[in-house]
Design a protein around this ligand. Structure first.
Ligand code: ADP
Ligand code: MG
Ligand code: ZN
Length: 488
């Protein structure tokens, strides 16, 4: 039994989905040759002046409101001064004592179903640094394509208690950002990164212990592992009455350990001061209210609505809200077809998602919602069987053909010729006199046996509803005739 409790606070850096950088017109696109998206502003050349990207501000406001933060009418850009090759100006433009927004929260569902409210202290806007690339013919080079890319930093209170909780929080946060359309959620390309602050305290205590900050871990799994390792390391130090140092640590995935990088710098080391090139950022109350009104439905309330109002299972609700494009696909199909949401959800899960690829915020679907709606309508009205729907679906994939057209072209369609079906039903009944007698004797569950036989005979092309109706009529009709025969 451990006597210590882990205390974790996360600082997430999320790249805002703008086409251009925070203070200049350079492109933010990923993967170009080094130093091809640069200009005097993001190179930090003397005399170049920054101009704030309005789109970045809009996206930051949207995020802050969605997470329940108060957006301030005035915030200030400051210079955070430090020397590093990937920082050409010698300072990073960030927000410090007057950030864009403060005091919000994000609720996460823990393993046992318990809901934990994680407080969010602040969200501020800042620019990204460049990237040092090592090993270019023995040299290191600096790539400044990323320098000046707009980021928001989302700082949580130290409300998380384990690596697993931290991973849940990060996933929930990424989902929210993706649904808001402010971030592409791409951890591999570094557009969603996190620093994890970890400390221990005696169980039951309310004070905060000495913390270590693990820098830039870029996968949910690694964050969890890094925190778990760090908790163990700190526990051992405390248990052996050693002293912890406040420091910045890195994560080495290869040996599964954190390692010391440097002692933690203090805010005063950065000599923050308001950037004289940028006026205070003023946001009118009407702008804030308009952004609040325009907020889209977030993943957690959406899941809840799918479960409560549409009657989906928790699993289906979860799958359909993995990505905003999947949710839209489902909602569009439902709007076109109406009726049973579970049936549509099932079809999307079993057929459509199998051929869907997700990449960041983009998704490519094998078919369109109108095709699914039309296909399911053909099943509903008995034109084709469920089995035939799969065949039609396979023919629709990658085309914009109409399901109805495919059905006609292939000569599909269920047998709906009542006279022909009735004749077939009679043959089946004649061939099974024992079962007919049993049915009439009260074993009505045998209806399924007769339906099955007819479906087999028609290779699944008969309308089950119609076959059901005909068989019931014949069986009850026959028993009535039989009864009449015994009357005097
Ligand atoms: P800094 O100015 O060094 O970035 P902050 O006070 O702003 O420090 O906190 C940064 C992050 O560290 C926040 O997410 C916060 O919740 C977390 N944090 C602060 N103190 C502790 C602690 N003792 N243990 C764990 N996390 C902490
Ligand atoms: Mg920090
Ligand atoms: Zn530039």
């Amino acid at each position: 039994m451990t006597t210590y409790e882990a205390v974790i606070g996360l600082e997430v850096h999320a790249q805002l989905l703008t086409h251009t950088k925070l203070f200049c017109g350079c492109a933010t696109s990923f993967g170009s040759p080094p130093n091809t998206h640069v200009c005097p502003v993001c190179l930090g050349l003397p005399g170049a002046l920054p101009v704030l990207n309005q789109k970045a501000v809009d996206l930051a406001i949207r995020t802050a409101l969605a997470l329940g933060l108060t957006v301030h009418e005035t915030s200030v850009f400051s210079r955070k001064n430090y020397l590093y090759p990937d920082l050409p100006k010698g300072y990073q433009i960030s927000q410090y004592d007057l950030p864009l927004a403060t005091s919000g929260s994000l609720s996460i569902e823990l393993e046992g179903g318990e809901v934990r409210v994680v407080r969010i202290r602040r969200i501020h806007i800042e620019e990204d640094a460049g990237k040092n690339l090592h090993g270019h013919g023995g040299d290191s080079i600096v790539d400044l394509n990323r320098a000046g890319t707009p980021l928001i930093e989302i700082v949580s209170a130290p409300d998380l208690r384990s690596g697993a909780e931290a991973a849940l929080y990060l996933k929930a946060l990424r989902d929210v950002l993706i649904f808001l359309g402010v971030n592409d959620g791409n951890l591999e390309e570094g557009s969603f990164r996190c620093d994890a602050n970890v400390s221990l305290r005696p169980r039951g205590s309310n004070s905060l212990g000495i913390r270590c900050e693990i820098k830039n871990v870029n996968s949910f799994r690694f964050v969890q592992k890094a925190i778990e390792y760090e908790v163990m390391r700190q526990e051992q130090i405390l248990a052996s009455r050693g002293t912890l140092r406040q420091e910045t640590r890195g994560w080495n995935e290869r040996d599964g350990r954190t390692f010391s990088m440097r002692s933690k710098e203090e805010a005063e080391d950065y000599r923050y001061f308001p950037d004289p090139d940028l006026p205070p950022l003023r946001i009118a109350p009407e702008v804030i209210e308009a952004a609040r009104t325009a907020l889209p439905e977030l993943p957690a309330p959406k899941r809840e609505r799918y479960r409560r109002s549409l009657g989906l299972t928790p699993y289906a609700a979860g799958v359909l809200t993995i990505h905003p494009r999947i949710a839209s696909f489902f909602e569009e199909t439902l709007a076109l077809l109406g009726g049973d949401a579970s049936k549509i959800a099932n079809f999307i899960q079993t057929e459509v998602l199998a051929g869907t690829t997700l990449r960041g915020l983009d998704a490519s679907f094998p078919v369109a919602p109108w095709q699914v709606a039309e296909l399911l309508r053909l099943v509903d009205d008995g034109t084709i069987s469920g089995k035939q729907a799969k065949e039609v679906y396979a023919a629709l994939v990658g085309t914009n053909a109409s399901p109805e057209h495919v059905v006609k072209a292939r000569g599909l369609g269920v047998l709906r010729d009542e006279a022909a079906l009735e004749a077939l039903c009679r043959t089946i009944l004649d061939a099974n006199p024992k079962q007919v007698a049993a049915y009439r004797g009260g074993k009505t569950a045998l209806l399924g046996f007769f339906v099955g036989a007819v479906m087999k005979e028609t290779k699944g092309s008969a309308s089950p509803t119609l076959v059901n109706a005909i068989l019931t009529r014949l069986l009850t009709g026959l028993s009535r005739t039989a009864g009449q025969r015994h009357r005097p």
